[in-house]
Design a protein around this ligand. Structure first.
Ligand SMILES: Nc1ncnc2c1ncn2[C@@H]1O[C@H](COP(=O)(O)OP(=O)(O)OP(=O)(O)O)[C@@H](O)[C@H]1O
Ligand SMILES: [Mg+2]
Length: 328
């Protein structure tokens, strides 16, 4: 009886012609040739097994690659979702910030210019009533008081405008706009102010934001620190635009101010948030009795846009600021 492998081979073999069938029958009948035939079949079988193993290995490798691709795409999807959530959060914060900003401007106008104008109106009203009851008597005092209130109101409106549309920012750049701001704060407060350094021109809105942050740090120093001098530095450090506002006032505890924030004060929070939105950071270093340093730093490359050159370039002041300190 032929072994099972022989029977299987016979079943699978293509139909042969008579001569081939006869040769095969002779082969199977001769024990030596039968033995050779079996060796030949075994060799073929192990070749097939090797090919099948290689194909299987290829399939395993391909499935692993697919799995890796799947994992990467899952990771990218999660990253996209995270970014989407971050964007939503930023959009909400931006809306809230612009609401707060509107409220701040409204309060500023209400508490300053509007009060001064109401007061000027009252003096004029009183003067009118006085003229009616005391014909021929002088009303110069009332007019003078009214005029004083109006001059104050004009200054206060200008201060609000300076916050909203910093003078010279677009044409002359950040250094020049900060210089203007420091000059008017120095004139109002009597504090000595200096400005050092320059920065490359950045996108309009970024310069506007940096101006706002610097102006807030300066206003804080004037309002809260009782400083004798305030120094602002503009520098490039490791491809970052860095602005520091340094006062030699009595300092404060930033952590305590942060805890008290529920009671008002949004300026420092605004500086920190805006710096973060610009991909940078802000820090406040201060100790009671040893002054305050507000440091704002943002990456330049991300915000340089299509602009070239340096802020304030072309003005004598900024060229001298490059070399050292210049009075604001
Ligand atoms: N340079 C500084 N020197 C001393 N104290 C400071 C200085 N900057 C800030 N502070 C303290 O930190 C607090 C918080 O400042 P922040 O700018 O957040 O609020 P604010 O100036 O009080 O109000 P807002 O800026 O909203 O008009 C201030 O009230 C003040 O006590
Ligand atoms: Mg403030």
């Amino acid at each position: 009886m032929a072994p099972a492998s022989l029977r299987r081979a016979a079943r699978q073999a293509p139909p042969a012609d008579a001569r081939t069938a006869l040769a095969a029958a002779r082969t199977l009948r001769d024990p030596i040739r039968l033995f050779e035939w079996q060796i030949q079949q075994r060799t073929r079988g192990s070749d097939r097994r090797r090919t099948a193993t290689a194909a299987l290995a290829q399939m395993v490798a391909t499935s692993e690659e697919f799995y890796e691709l799947y994992r990467n795409s899952q990771q990218q999807r999660r990253e996209l979702e995270r970014n989407q959530r971050r964007l939503d959060r930023l959009a909400r914060q931006t809306l809230r910030a612009s609401d707060l900003e509107r409220a701040r401007i409204a309060h500023q106008i209400h508490d300053t210019a509007a009060q001064s104008m109401v007061s000027a109106f009252r003096f004029l009203d009183t003067a009118r009533a006085f003229v009616a009851t005391h014909p021929g008597e002088s009303i110069d005092g009332y007019l003078e008081s009214s005029s004083d209130r109006l001059v104050t109101a004009i200054k206060e409106v200008r201060a609000v405008l300076a916050d909203l549309v910093p003078s010279g920012l677009e044409e002359l750049g950040l250094a020049q706009a900060i210089r203007h701001r420091m000059q008017s704060l120095a004139a109002e407060s009597g504090i000595e102010m200096t400005l050092e350094g320059i920065l490359p021109r950045l996108d309009d809105w970024v310069e506007q934001a940096l101006y706002g942050m610097s102006a807030e740090a300066l206003t804080n120093a004037v309002r809260h620190s009782h400083a004798k001098t305030i120094r602002t530095e503009l520098k490039i450090i490791k491809s970052r635009a860095v602005i520091t506002v340094h006062d030699d006032g009595h300092g404060f505890d930033p952590a305590a101010a942060e805890r008290r924030r529920a009671g008002g004060g949004l300026g420092l929070l605004g500086i920190t948030r805006q710096a973060r939105w610009l991909g940078g950071a802000a820090s406040v270093r201060s100790r009671v009795g040893s002054g305050t340093i507000v440091r704002i730093s943002i990456p330049i490359a991300r915000h340089a846009g299509t602009r070239a050159g340096y802020s304030g370039a072309g003005t004598e002041d900024d060229r001298s600021a490059k070399d050292g300190e210049s009075k604001a």
